[in-house]
Each structure stands twice: as structure tokens, then as C-alpha cells.
Ligand binder design. Structure first.
Ligand code: PDD
Length: 287
């Protein structure tokens, strides 16, 4: 039988089955909180500090005190990983403002809720890598602070549900002019006239940690990188890809039922993915 899973909830590690927060937690009642998803490969984290620093920025953006200093959070993540049975793991951290009687404004000082859970790292199937994934587009219906990694994910849940209903993998959000912003849980890129193109960092996209890695790897591969608004019907668009902690980078070969480029994974996408996987193998081998 598998070793029971363990979660960290407000100062203690407890069996996941018994882990709970109060019904008046503001995360439950107002989605008043932020989160992170971090990948761990055989005990070595991919960009742990950038993820924790983003958590710190997200907390600061909504005026929640970071529940622990970064070095303590780092150690708690490590302990959570060690107490759970997965070699390759997905560590989830959630911070909410804390528990208080339900009112929009909190008068007194409350202690933020900190939760850490660990699950097996979900990895995209080989088939998805080889045939590419499919996406649909929807007009962006999210709030105007997408740079904050907020737990208020209703729009993303609706977008993902619509994708699944239509038999595809992801929904890309479009702005009013039809520019591609990002996916429900991914950043999106195109190769346009050989240039890796993605929406610039502003309030309409999350600054993905994997997004940075994709751009760094592309530069190493000699691919020019441009952060600008772009559309799916642009002349010279030959490839599309999406990135996230759990997917790394995946080719997107069909959007709204139309083939992207040649309708199969492009060479730049596959090259970037290969280089990212090599980086992870090196991490696994040398820490
Ligand atoms: N989602 N954009 C959005 C809206 C996201 O929710 C995510 C991640 C990303 C990619 O960020 P990163 O490369 O740092 O994982 C971009 C996580 C994985 C989730 O909600 O499960």
C-alpha cells in the first residue's frame, strides 16, 4: 500500500486525509489568497527560489504578510517533499489572509493560513509531445490583475472546462483586439518569422517561471525573442507552444480547429523542449 500523504497546515504536518482549514478561512469565503506550483525532480527543485519570490510578490500585492521567511518556506517545502512518497513531485503552496468572521474588511490582525501539499508530478503524455496539443480561444473574462497568482481561478476553471467539453487541452485568452494573452494555466508563444514571440509582462498575464526558462533556452539556441502583442493569424506564424511548471513546453498544433503552421510540432518548439529536458536531467544528476 502507498505511504499515506502528508500536508502542512498552519504550523504542523498532518495526514492529508485529516488536513483542514476553518470554514471562515478567507480563502474559502473570498478567494482571498495566492498560491504556487513547484516541480521537484528526484529531490531537486526547478527554480524553487523564483517560485518562492513570486509567492512573496503575490502576497505583497494583496497585502498579506508572507507567513514565514523565504528560508523557512524553503525548508518546509523540502520537509513536505520528504514526507511524501513521490520521486518527481508537484508541490502546492497556498497562502490565504487567514480566518475571520465573514466581512469584506478585516479589522483586527489575523494570522495568514499556510498550506503545503505534495502530489505526484503530472507529466504530459508522449503522445501530446509527438502530435502536439489542441487549444481553443475565448475572450478574456478574467480580472485585471493576472500578474498576481491569485487563487480566484473561476474564469480559468470555466475556460478549462470549455476546452475539455470541446475535446481540446487548453483555452487561450484573447484581448479585445484578438491578441493572444496566455492560457488558463499556461503562457503561450508563437514562432513568427523565426522569432519566439510572446505577450509582454503586464496585468494581463502571469509572469510564468517556465516562460522565463523558455525564453532563456531559446536565446541559448540562437532564437531571437520578442515580447509583444501578437495574433494567431499573423503572416509568418509557423509554430505555437505553451509553457507551465507541469508541462514544461508543449507544441500547440491546432487552435480553434485550424492547423497551426504545418499542423505538427515545429522544430523550434521541439528543440526548446529538448534543451529544457536536458537541463532537468542535469539537475537530477548534479543537483
Ligand atoms: N499555472 N499563466 C497562468 C494563468 C497560470 O496559471 C500558470 C501556471 C502559468 C505558468 O506559470 P509557471 O510557468 O510559473 O508554472 C501561466 C499553474 C501551474 C497552476 O495553476 O496549476
Amino acid at each position: 500500500m502507498m505511504q499515506p500523504l502528508v500536508a502542512y497546515v498552519n504550523h504542523a504536518f498532518v495526514p492529508l486525509d485529516e488536513a483542514c482549514v476553518h470554514i471562515e478561512d478567507r480563502g474559502f469565503q473570498f478567494a482571498d489568497g495566492v498560491y504556487e506550483v513547484i516541480a521537484c525532480f528526484g529531490g531537486v527543485y526547478l527554480d524553487l527560489m523564483p517560485h518562492l519570490q513570486r509567492l512573496q510578490r503575490s502576497c505583497a500585492a494583496i497585502a498579506i504578510d508572507l507567513p514565514k521567511p523565504l528560508r523557512v518556506l524553503k525548508s518546509l517545502v523540502q520537509q513536505a517533499y520528504e514526507k511524501n512518497p513521490f520521486e518527481d513531485a508537484m508541490v502546492y503552496i497556498q497562502v490565504t489572509r487567514g480566518v475571520a468572521p465573514r466581512a469584506h474588511v478585516v479589522d483586527n490582525v489575523i494570522t495568514p493560513t499556510l498550506v503545503i501539499t505534495v502530489r505526484e508530478l503530472p507529466k504530459p503524455s508522449e503522445e501530446k509531445v509527438h502530435t502536439g496539443v489542441k487549444a481553443i480561444t475565448m475572450r478574456d473574462i478574467r480580472w485585471k490583475h493576472c500578474e498576481i497568482k491569485s487563487i480566484a481561478l473561476l474564469a480559468s476553471v470555466m475556460g478549462k472546462q470549455e476546452a475539455v467539453k470541446q475535446g481540446v487541452d487548453e483555452t487561450f485568452w484573447l484581448d479585445e483586439q484578438g491578441h493572444v494573452l496566455e492560457g488558463c494555466a499556461t503562457n503561450v508563444f508563437a514562432i513568427i518569422n523565426g522569432v519566439l514571440t510572446t505577450h509582454p509582462l503586464d496585468h494581463q498575464v502571469l509572469g510564468g517561471i517556465t516562460r522565463t526558462m523558455v525564453m532563456d533556452v531559446a536565446k541559448l539556441a540562437g532564437i531571437k525573442v520578442e515580447e509583444r502583442s501578437w495574433k494567431l493569424d499573423e503572416q509568418g506564424l509557423s509554430e505555437c507552444m505553451m509553457s507551465s511548471t507541469t508541462n514544461m513546453v508543449l507544441p500547440v498544433c491546432d487552435v480553434d480547429g485550424k492547423a497551426v503552421g504545418m499542423g505538427k510540432p515545429g522544430r523550434h518548439t521541439l528543440n526548446i523542449r529538448r534543451m529544457m529536458l536536458e537541463k532537468i536531467d542535469a539537475l537530477r544528476a548534479h543537483g
